[in-house]
Design a protein around this ligand. Structure first.
Ligand code: ATP
Ligand code: MG
Length: 354
């Protein structure tokens, strides 16, 4: 149903880009602009609002505003056709009667994005505080032990100093990673501009990828490769992507089995489309359960927190990978099979003339 009424009152309401409704004091819907028709499945003008809107708390708030002749505000959420949060301003004003022959006006504002960014920020602060709390608590514990019971114990002192060193290094890494993340997020729209040959980049940085491990843990499989085109990207950022993924593959993969890296061309990048390069990093080992896969790139998300922490992880590596790839108009795909292992595939566009 749409608005066919072309009265001056209706034309006035159409000026508002947000949904607006006019009600009588009997809660009858007198007018609604197109934005309101679009957002609510309005059945009929001239009948009770409850026939068009089935949000009990809104109907109640309106009834109350009518009764008390007062302005009120309420937030409601709609789930159909998609999730949205609206703030409804309910205005009861006798001056409206002159124009609309009704005294209640409701103006809706869509505040979904504001709610979401607030929620993301709250979650982030909660996670960060939690992450910093555990190393800080253990440092406090160590300091207390060293200044009390273990004051004269040379062995304990050395052991605790090593623990303090590890914890402070982890906190330092977390802060560095968070700063990097903020930098990559901020750079979202700036074009990377280095011309990069991915095979060369992978070959020349092997030592960097393996810095924390024994040698010979990477197996490059370039059989399918003939000539690969260069891509436009940021050299340091892409090194960081592969450093993170190879580090994870070694860290969480089966001990002593090599990480297999393959590079190939694809005609269609998943989800994004267009020709691209795929760089897959495979490790044997325990599979990743499907419910974890979509969440791995969230900040601080780790499947086994204690294990990751033991291995020095902060849970920020894949979040950084994701942000770098977004900037490169690329994407990360994760596949994992029981009894087999996990593959992290980086897709990067060729001819990315963005
Ligand atoms: N190859 C893999 N196999 C199994 N699980 C993995 C693999 N790569 C990542 N994960 C899981 O994803 C989680 C998030 O990885 P991410 O790289 O973001 O953090 P991290 O490795 O714990 O810490 P950091 O990268 O900051 O050192 C890991 O804690 C681990 O549970
Ligand atoms: Mg990692």
């Amino acid at each position: 149903m749409s608005n066919t009424n072309d009265s001056p009152e209706m034309r006035l309401l159409e000026v508002f880009p947000s949904p607006v409704m006019i009600l009588t004091e009997k809660r009858e819907l007198k007018y609604a602009n197109s934005a309101a028709f679009e957002i609510f499945n309005i059945r009929a003008l001239g009948s009770d609002l409850s026939l068009s809107i089935r949000v009990p708390e809104l109907l109640e708030a309106i009834s109350l505003a009518i009764k008390e002749k007062k302005h009120s505000e309420i937030e409601i959420s709609l789930t159909v056709p998609f999730y949205r949060v609206l703030r409804a301003n309910i205005i009861s004003n006798a001056n409206l009667v002159e124009f609309f022959n009704a005294s209640i006006m409701i103006v809706f504002l869509d505040i979904t994005s504001q709610i979401f960014s607030d929620k993301v920020r709250q979650d982030f602060i909660a996670n960060l505080s939690h992450e910093l709390k555990s190393p800080l608590s253990s440092l406090i514990g160590i300091i207390e032990t060293l200044s009390g019971p273990a004051r004269d114990d040379e062995n304990a002192r050395l052991r605790f100093l090593k623990l303090m060193k590890d914890e402070t290094h982890r906190m330092k890494r977390m802060v560095d990673d968070l700063l990097s993340l903020a930098k990559f997020e901020g750079r979202g729209s700036i074009k990377p501009k280095d011309q990069i040959n991915i095979i060369q980049l992978l070959n020349t940085n092997q030592e960097l990828f393996l810095a924390r491990y024994k040698k010979n843990l990477i197996d490059f499989n370039m059989k399918q490769m003939t000539e690969i085109p260069n891509i436009t990207g940021d050299q340091d950022e892409l090194i960081r992507v592969f450093q993170n993924l190879i580090d994870n593959a070694i860290k969480y993969g089966e001990e002593n089995s090599p990480v297999i890296i393959e590079v190939f061309m694809v005609t269609h990048i998943p989800d994004l489309g267009g020709k691209g390069l795929a760089i897959s990093i495979f490790n044997k080992g325990e599979d990743i359960a499907p419910e974890h896969i979509p969440r791995l790139t969230e900040r601080f998300y780790r499947i086994d927190k204690s294990r990751s922490r033991e291995l020095g992880g902060t849970g920020l590596g894949l979040a950084i990978v994701k942000h770098i790839l977004v900037r490169h108009r690329g994407i990360l795909k994760i596949e994992s099979k029981k009894g087999y292992g996990s593959t992290f595939i980086v897709y990067l566009p060729i001819n990315n003339s963005h």
